[in-house]
Design a protein around this ligand. Sequence first.
Ligand SMILES: Cc1cc2nc3c(=O)[nH]c(=O)nc-3n(C[C@H](O)[C@H](O)[C@H](O)COP(=O)(O)OP(=O)(O)OC[C@H]3O[C@@H](n4cnc5c(N)ncnc54)[C@H](O)[C@@H]3O)c2cc1C
Length: 419
Amino acid sequence: MSIEKVETLVVGAGQAGIAMSEHLSNMGEKHLVLERHQIADRWRTERWDSLVANGPAWHDSFPSMPFSDVDPDAFAPKEKVADYFVEYARMINAPVRCGVEVTGVQRIAGKPGFRVETTQGVIETTNIVAATGPFQRPVIPPVVPVDADVLQMHSSGYRNPAQLPEGAVLVVGAGSSGAQIANELMGSGRQVYLSVAAHDRPPRSYRGRDFVWWLGVLGKWDAQTTEMGQEHVTISVSGADGGHTVDFRRLAGQGMNLLGLTRSFKNGVLSFAPDLSEHLAAGDANYLSVLDEADAYVERYGLDLPEEPEARIVEPNPECVSNPILELNLAEAGITTIIWATGFAVDYSWLDVPVLDQNGRPLHQRGVTKEPGIYFLGLPWQSRRGSSFIWGVWHDAKYLADHIAIQKQYRKYNDSKLS
Ligand SMILES: Cc1cc2nc3c(=O)[nH]c(=O)nc-3n(C[C@H](O)[C@H](O)[C@H](O)COP(=O)(O)OP(=O)(O)OC[C@H]3O[C@@H](n4cnc5c(N)ncnc54)[C@H](O)[C@@H]3O)c2cc1C
């Protein structure tokens, strides 16, 4: 039986795989994109119903095509984001084969290249770009036993308030997902508890410009490394309801119960660290630092942007912050659901090549590994803060396509000497 041969195989047809395909095509590099489900499947099936993009459409898109039916300053609903990538793949004529899962990759002994096992047969390839996502396997910290008398789900399993049993809800994690889900649940009339850990919370907009613009001109999306210990600090922003700054004090004022870091569980009682006010203060400091840098930028470049002194008003601490709850009996509080908005891990169990560390995380530099021909794309902080976001992955894909083409030249030279 003949084995299909492909120069470069891209695994995954999310935004990363589509961006990779565009740049490979632009370099004249032959390739195939394999996707186990459908294009942009995670946007379509693994997000809650009301999710909109965190950034406005003019920013959260690829440079070569704007959203056709979303106002540039609006936040695209997740279905429209998925549609956008389907349309984009069509526009660039991306060679995507859907419904094919890559199940194994091994080196081919004695020569360059890899043997790839898929659900539809074997492929041999010179290069593999693993574009299977920055957020693959939901992570729930082992705090509450699975058989505890409460429904537990990860934020990736949450769809809408009606899906949950009646009763109060505890949301653990106050990044963009946790803060937005908690807000939606409170808006639906639920009693909501929100466990808040370390976070950044930039202003949604300041002096008439969205935060994505500020982070861009201030060079923060392009930051190549974050401060030590800050690698996993989540950004809490929301494009919901037209976009607003995430302000935990305001949420508390509207009736949300804020809690510190969720620590342990015993006999139906959850314990929380006494660190809520610390996290809120750090979030405020981050918020105010963006305003300071924005003001300095306006002054430096003489921009005519309206002043916004009211943005600096920080509300006093609400009762749940000055007098924090450190223990909560779930049954007494009427909590029937815990939503863990606690992030994701990667899963490269299909990649049997020594390019992962002992925890299964990619070893790479800007997506290039020490194993010639194996690349990663779409990882958080792959080359910069923006790497796992729509606009950032496009630029990282360009770098990898360039690298693939350069390496091909070296191989060609070698081959021409041998023949
Ligand atoms: C709740 C949430 C909201 C977000 N909002 C924004 C936002 O507003 N703006 C923004 O820029 N970013 C946002 N992001 C971050 C990022 O844009 C998304 O996570 C995006 O889905 C990442 O795209 P990707 O192509 O890198 O990975 P994915 O979208 O995860 O795509 C990977 C693809 O690979 C496929 N795949 C996996 N394994 C295999 C295999 N073995 N064989 C074949 N196919 C496989 C999957 O089916 C999937 O389709 C958000 C993330 C989350 C979790």
